[in-house]
Ligand binder design. Structure first.
Ligand code: SF4
Length: 648
């Protein structure tokens, strides 16, 4: 029980809200939000997504951890988001610090500040949030009464650029990690906080499952590369292990996610139908770091959908995962859910990314109770050679066959995702995207018997990421990537027969270079992040706030003293032997296997999906003591709730 229960601060925040845009995002009190009595709890978590409410609230990972934590009687978890610049200015002027949404308590009064790192471009927001909360940005300056600042999420797989600002890093699945951290914290508090913060951190670090950056020293060699990363106190292991959850059916969260009151980027009840992906796309960090595939069974998915819709009143169900159409029972899931909700207002969606005919059947099933909107495919590369490099093994004929079926079945629009700047790419690989789009439109017109078909090309700059085969690869500089994308746009414009039916959305390569610096940076890059933030940089993920020149200026100012620069971290190919900043964060992936995959990419050699074929020896299963968990389960959804008996 908390001896000292901190005060809510809403009465000091409320007068400011009349003067800012979208004030409802700061109020809380939404359906399913949990405001516990602080007199009854022993461990408090402020769970932060470091961006605005509209972006952060729908985040599935945070929704899961919020429920997992709050289901424990003696734990309270409350949400925190970045405040927009207008409110921040008022808060700083009036001395109002960063507050939680549920009870509007100061973030600095919580035991833990848990930060979700879904993208690198929020790093300046992390520093800004700490500062607004009144928590020193450097972990070394934090007093005994300060929260433990913990980070997790995909970007935490290389936490080194944020090493000076974080107390603890959790890598991998968070469900058990947050539970274990809460338990350790409670035990430490009950014991009278032996050896203070350092005592708790040492206890966590000793498990090998919580990374405490301050307990590791990094030394550098003459060329600027890391010479060594080593623990600086006894009892701290050389490497930190990833958390991995098995049997997803035992963790059916979120059951009743918060229903946003303010507008958010999407409003649906999402069920993660499986975790992990073994398709082996060599550019995809999410796929590599979440191996192996672990499916949720059909009965549990059905129960989650039914209970989730009832608890939220939402009318759209999203079937989430990295490649949802790959669930071994996706056909049954889609058909049975479509049957169950036929005639109701409930619609189903899944991100369609597979280029094959089965996906069309599936999309038709999902569209039974909803709009027949556009279909999305992700060939990622413009030529078959390029797609062999990235192990996205679809042929142009596969794509043409699929869109022909789609246009023949009533769809009128397809969206195609590509990346620019992939390893070994030439300008011709990118220009070939225009030919592909041309062929899609021609095939579409033939199949639809009409000229009323459209194709959108969405293309962005590729950023090599840690723990992937491309972790050694040179990133393409933004000038080259932008020039290739501009040439593509020109070629589409010159296509007299089909160009008007093709639209292109491309994103500038400059933010990608900064993302690359942060993704593969080491502790020295932390100085750049801090300099950018001190110069006023926040919300770098938003085009209107991103300032490339400031990033380059601060990088030069902070990195020159170490004999390295932005190019050294980004557009340079690393040798196999170089110590990578994240080598001590062990996800189970075999480093030699990743290197072999890089070489296989360069030679265009494919690798098969171990879910359906032989094991490729990536190392994850034996190393972490886990296994692939897929169906068929043979299960069925729970007994159907008939939505409209006239239609059944
Ligand atoms: S160890 Fe083998 S089976 Fe397991 S994820 Fe890796 S390649 Fe697949």
């Amino acid at each position: 029980m908390n001896k000292h229960t901190p005060e809510p601060w809403f009465d000091r925040l409320e007068p400011l809200l009349a003067h800012v845009a979208k004030p409802v995002q700061y109020v809380g009190g939404e359906t399913n939000s949990v405001a516990k009595n602080w007199n009854d709890i022993e461990v408090s978590w402020a769970l932060m997504y470091p961006d605005l409410y509209e972006v952060g609230q729908p985040n599935q990972g945070n929704a899961i951890l919020y429920e997992v934590l709050n289901q424990t009687e003696w734990v309270a978890a409350e949400r925190v988001f970045s405040v927009d610049r207008d409110l921040e200015a008022l808060m700083r002027a009036r001395g109002v610090p960063l507050l939680s949404l549920e009870t509007h308590r100061r973030v600095r009064d919580f035991d833990v500040l848990g930060i979700s790192l879904a993208t690198e471009l929020v790093y300046t927001n992390v520093l800004n949030a700490l500062d607004l909360a009144g928590i020193p940005v450097h972990s070394v300056d934090r007093g005994e009464d300060m929260p433990i600042v913990v980070a997790g999420g995909h970007c935490a797989t290389n936490p080194e650029p944020l090493a000076d600002f974080l107390d603890v890093v959790v890598v991998g699945d968070g469900e058990q990690a947050v539970t274990e951290l809460s338990r350790c914290l409670r035990t430490w508090k009950r014991a009278g906080k032996p050896e203070g913060r350092t005592g708790l951190l040492a206890q966590l670090a000793a498990t090998g499952e919580f990374y405490v950056p301050a307990f590791y020293d990094v030394t550098y060699g003459p060329g600027g590369a890391i010479a060594k990363v080593s623990p600086n106190r006894p009892g701290v292991p050389l490497q930190v292990q990833r958390w991995v959850l098995t049997d997803l059916d035992q963790w059916p969260y979120p059951k009743a996610p918060v229903v946003p009151m303010a507008e958010t980027i999407h409003e649906r009840y999402s069920v993660e139908i499986f975790r992990g992906c073994t398709r082996g796309c060599r550019f995809c960090q999410a796929g590599m770091i979440t191996r192996p595939v672990r499916e949720r069974s059909l009965p549990v998915i059905g129960e989650m959908v039914e209970c989730g819709l009832e608890a939220t009143g939402l009318e759209e169900v999203g079937l989430l995962s990295l490649s949802s159409a790959d669930h071994s029972e996706i056909g049954d899931i889609a058909a049975q859910l479509a049957n169950r909700y036929q005639g109701s207002e409930v619609s189903l969606s899944l991100p369609s990314t597979r280029v094959d005919a089965f996906n069309i059947d599936l999309a038709a099933e999902l569209a039974r109770n909803g709009r027949r909107s556009g279909l999305t495919f992700a060939p990622e590369g413009g030529t078959e050679r390029m797609r062999r490099v990235i192990n996205k093994n679809v042929s142009e004929q596969d794509l043409i066959d699929t869109v022909t079926t789609a246009f023949g079945s009533g769809w009128r629009q397809v969206k195609l995702y590509f990346m620019c700047g992939l390893p070994t790419e030439t300008g011709d690989d990118v220009l070939a995207i225009a030919d592909m789009a041309h062929n899609v439109i021609e095939a579409g017109r033939r199949a639809a018997g009409s000229r009323d078909v459209a194709c959108t090309i969405s293309i962005g700059a590729f950023v090599p990421k840690p723990h992937t085969p491309f972790q050694w690869a040179a990133q393409t500089d933004p000038e080259t990537a932008n020039a290739r994308m501009a040439a593509l746009k020109q070629k589409v414009r010159e296509d007299r027969a089909c160009g008007r039916a093709i639209s292109i959305r491309w994103s500038d390569g400059c933010p990608g270079l900064v993302e690359g610096l942060l993704a593969r940076g080491d502790r020295r890059v932390g100085r750049v992040i801090e300099a950018v933030w001190r110069d006023g940089g926040v919300f770098d993920g938003w085009n209107e706030h991103f300032d490339f020149d400031r990033w380059m200026r601060c990088a030069e100012q902070e990195l020159t003293q170490f004999g390295v620069d932005v190019a050294w971290f980004t557009t340079r190919e690393r040798p196999m032997t170089e110590v990578l900043a994240w080598d001590h964060i062990h996800l189970g992936l075999d480093r030699g296997w990743l290197w072999d995959e890089y070489q296989a990419a360069v030679s265009g050699t494919p690798v098969r999906d171990c879910r359906w074929d032989d094991c490729n020896d990536c190392g994850v299963c034996p190393d972490l003591g886990v296994d692939i968990e897929i169906g068929p389960s043979g299960g069925k959804l729970l007994p159907l709730t008939v939505a409209d008996s006239k239609l059944v």
